[in-house]
Design a protein around this ligand. Structure first.
Ligand code: ADP
Length: 779
């Protein structure tokens, strides 16, 4: 038979030898050993344990480690104070080191497995019986080994196994044990064992003799009394027994009262039994009580009663949030469908929009509207499947995953569970969290969701899941397919004004225990905070600024002993300093080669100036400003388009040979990508090559093809809000986006003129000053 070779991390053992079949724990502290252990946990949880020859050696080299050791399965690991790990292992088979394959950061070895031979001859049989008999005698005499040990031997037929188990009970010196481990020839092992056993037996006999003599000298009653007293003191000192018993009793009580499902109850009682055996203060007992606490705190059967009254739900949503009519309509429709079908199955709602537009808070309102408990769990930065599904109990400091954690917080099995930022999950080598999440959201499977830590099925089928995201393009496709998207877009200044006045200010005053009669805001003050101190799609910064103003005015009230304060534009300047943003931020001059584009990111819309500069040279094209791949391609397409059509714009058609061009998108720290800057770049290139100025009050967005067709873009509403905030009055947009104009708030439409362009010529005609076609001749 070919030798079986396994490659495993190695830990050198100090002062102990582990045999196959042996279950034992030991502590690991040396960093190399910890590294080996961690590596083993990542793989199949097997490790090679071999005794170091001298117990004193702090950092054993290869020569210090015995060649023969045992391949072990790691059963449990636990972190103890002081960077030590307690490991519980079970010996599997002898092994011999063939080769060291790695020495840093831990030892890794190729091991030949040493299987016990299967011999059936009379000599072996005789030896075996002899060993068994001697061991029986030894157990009866020694008192150090429980007689149950004998029973456990009865069923074992394999001779190798039997010898190893007997060896593990004997109080042999380490070198003797190692010798037995290294004797893998069975007959020899039996002979050596028999010799050692007889030796041990002799020793106990002598010990007994001495013992009986001493005993005779002490009065029996006196001795017992003495021992009992001593035992009491020891137990009291350790707080043992009593405390463990109390703990077990209290768990038993809790388990019987907890109305757990059958399977869960059985598991809990099973663990409780283990707790009884584990002994107080053992590492295992703390793992078990932790686990029992988790089981007892989860809402296996607790439910709140649902109440989907559509009319009332709408009232609650309206009361708690200003505007967002479309969002509320969609949510109410969703709830109505659930109510009629009397089930919460179906797609999961996903609220998508920039930060601070109220996605989380509207989800909370929905929980009020349907009378469910609310839990929120952010998935931002989750990379590992185990964060969703938990770590197995064998891992150091293992806890359940975020879903079960959330359910514990929810305190009912039918909460509204908000999964925030699902676009910010990523994956690494430890598995894709999106897969685990898919199972969580799948109503066909989620009634038996299994967390690695719990090792029990948990029913998630009655949870109402909602999700939020800043953007759609980073949500994994299979997840996206399970969801119904509701867009929540940014607010205009007027909308922000109402949100501030009716919601944010009363809420913040309430938090400070101040009546809204004592501190009042003038209309101008609110607008000045919105326009002068914040520039955002949502209202998060606005909330912070209002909070700052309120805190400062409370301080002033106290200092100056005022009863009432009215906050005006002047007091805002006093509290917040001079305005950070001025309304007319766009440059009021028309320039050559500078065009205002419109961008849309996870944070909302923004203006994006694009600059092109042309100089004498040899046809080099330079692109700067942290542009993403798609944007670079779009710039190249724009360049080619202008080159192919140069003559029709009155541009020197040799520019690609005798001019260098530099395209730059300022604010280099902000990464930019996407194709929607195509028309902006084209306009800037034509302007810089033809020398025509660009109108300063115009902004634009649109993708361009090599033939000059303008293609539609996303995020029109956010983009136009951004233009509106910057004081721009004309936006050129792709004709195919015409349908989106109706979603844009009236206040914006009243101020901004939208020009629809199907071809780039329409863009150029409206953006450049002067006649574009053959412009050079006329100018
Ligand atoms: P998001 O989850 O979209 O990032 P939040 O829900 O955290 O935003 O909202 C930020 C703050 O703004 C919260 O205090 C929220 O109550 C408030 N808010 C946002 N939109 C509205 C609105 N339309 N009406 C009332 N308050 C709002």
């Amino acid at each position: 038979m070919a030798d079986k070779i396994t490659t495993l991390p190695l830990i050198p053992l100090r002062g102990m030898v582990i045999f196959p079949e042996m279950i034992i724990h030991f502590d690991v502290g040396r960093s190399k050993s910890i590294a080996a252990l961690e590596e083993a946990m990542l793989k199949e949880q097997k490790i090679f344990l071999s005794a170091q020859k001298d117990i004193e050696t702090e950092e054993p080299i290869k020569e210090d480690i015995s060649l023969i050791g045992t391949i072990c399965n790691i059963k449990q690991i636990l972190r103890l104070p002081g960077n030590t790990i307690r490991v519980l292992v079970e010996g599997e088979i002898r092994g011999k080191i063939e080769k060291y394959t790695k020495e840093e950061p831990y030892y890794e070895v190729d091991i030949k497995e040493l299987e016990d031979e299967d011999i059936e001859d009379k000599k072996t049989e005789a030896l075996m019986r002899n060993v068994k008999k001697t061991f029986e005698e030894y157990v009866k005499l020694s008192e150090a080994i429980p007689t149950e040990a004998l029973m456990s031997l009865e069923d074992i037929e394999n001779i190798g196994k039997l010898t190893d188990i007997i060896i593990s009970y004997l109080p042999l010196k380490q070198n003797k044990k190692q010798e037995l481990l290294e004797t893998y020839e069975l007959n020899q092992r039996l002979q050596k064992l028999l010799y050692l056993l007889n030796n041990e037996l002799e020793i106990v006999r002598v010990e007994k003799k001495i013992g009986t003599k001493v005993k005779k000298n002490i009065d029996k009653g006196q001795k017992e009394y003495y021992l009992r007293e001593q035992l009491k003191v020891i137990q009291e000192e350790l707080g043992e027994d009593d405390e463990l018993n109390k703990e077990i009793k209290s768990y038993k009580n809790k388990i019987s009262k907890a109305k757990l499902p059958k399977e869960v109850k059985e598991k809990a009682l099973y663990e409780l039994k283990k707790l009884g055996r584990s002994g107080n203060y053992s590492a295992e007992s703390s793992v078990i009580s932790n686990y029992l606490d988790w089981i007892l705190e989860l809402p296996w059967n607790k439910k709140t009663s649902d109440n989907i009254d559509i009319k009332k739900a709408r009232e609650i949503l309206d009361k708690e949030h200003y505007g967002l009519d479309e969002v509320k309509d969609r949510i109410i429709e969703y709830l109505a469908v659930k109510k009629v079908s009397n089930s919460i199955k179906g797609p999961i709602l996903c609220l998508v929009g920039p930060p601070g537009v109220g996605k989380t808070s509207i989800a909370r309102s929905v929980s009020h509207a349907v009378n469910r408990n609310f839990v929120r769990m952010s998935l931002g930065g989750v990379r590992d499947e185990a964060e969703i599904r938990g770590h197995r109990k064998t891992y150091i400091g293992a806890i359940p995953g975020r879903i079960i954690y959330g359910m514990k917080k929810a305190k009912s099995k039918n909460p509204l569970f908000l999964l925030d930022e699902i676009d910010k999950m990523s994956n690494d080598f430890k598995g894709d969290p999106a897969d685990a999440l898919l199972e969580v959201l799948d109503d066909e499977q989620n009634n038996t969701f299994r967390d690695h830590y719990l090792e029990l099925d948990f029913d998630l089928s009655q949870v109402l899941f909602l999700t939020t995201a800043n953007r759609l393009d980073t949500i994994p496709r299979p997840l996206l397919d399970r969801m119904e998207i509701i867009e929540v877009s940014g607010y205009t200044s007027e909308e922000k004004f109402h949100i501030a006045k009716d919601h944010l200010i009363p809420k913040i005053l309430g938090e400070h225990n101040v009546s809204s009669k004592d501190i009042t805001f003038s209309e101008g003050a609110i607008y000045s905070i919105i326009d002068g101190y914040t520039r955002e799609s949502g209202v998060r910064e606005l909330e912070r600024k209002i909070s700052a103003v309120i805190r400062k005015s409370i301080t002033e009230m106290l200092k100056k002993d005022k009863k009432l304060i009215n906050i005006t534009v002047n007091s805002v300047t006093k509290y917040l300093g001079t305005e950070i943003f001025t309304y007319d931020e766009i440059d009021k001059r028309d320039k050559v080669g500078v065009v205002t584009g419109l961008a849309w990111t996870g944070y909302g819309g923004d203006t994006l100036p694009i600059e092109v500069s042309v100089m004498e040279g040899s046809g080099k094209l330079e692109l700067t400003g942290q542009l993403g791949d798609v944007m670079v391609e779009s710039a190249k397409a724009a360049y080619s388009y202008v080159r192919a059509n140069a003559s029709s714009y009155g541009i020197d058609s040799k520019f690609y040979k005798n001019k260098d061009m530099h395209i730059h998108v300022p604010e280099g720290a902000v990464p930019k990508d996407g194709p929607s800057a195509g028309v902006t770049i084209t306009t800037a290139i034509v302007s810089s090559l033809s020398g025509k100025k660009v109108k300063h009050n115009v902004a634009m967005t649109g993708e361009i093809t090599l033939t000059g067709i303008v293609l539609p873009i996303g995020g029109l509403k956010e983009k136009s809000l951004a233009a509106y905030r910057m004081g721009i009055d004309t936006i050129i947009i792709p004709k195919k986006n015409e349908k989106d104009i109706k979603k844009i708030p009236k206040t914006v439409k009243n101020k901004i003129k939208f020009i629809l362009a199907d071809k780039i010529d329409v863009v150029l005609k409206n953006a450049l000053i002067g006649d574009v076609k053959n412009g050079n001749k006329k100018s």
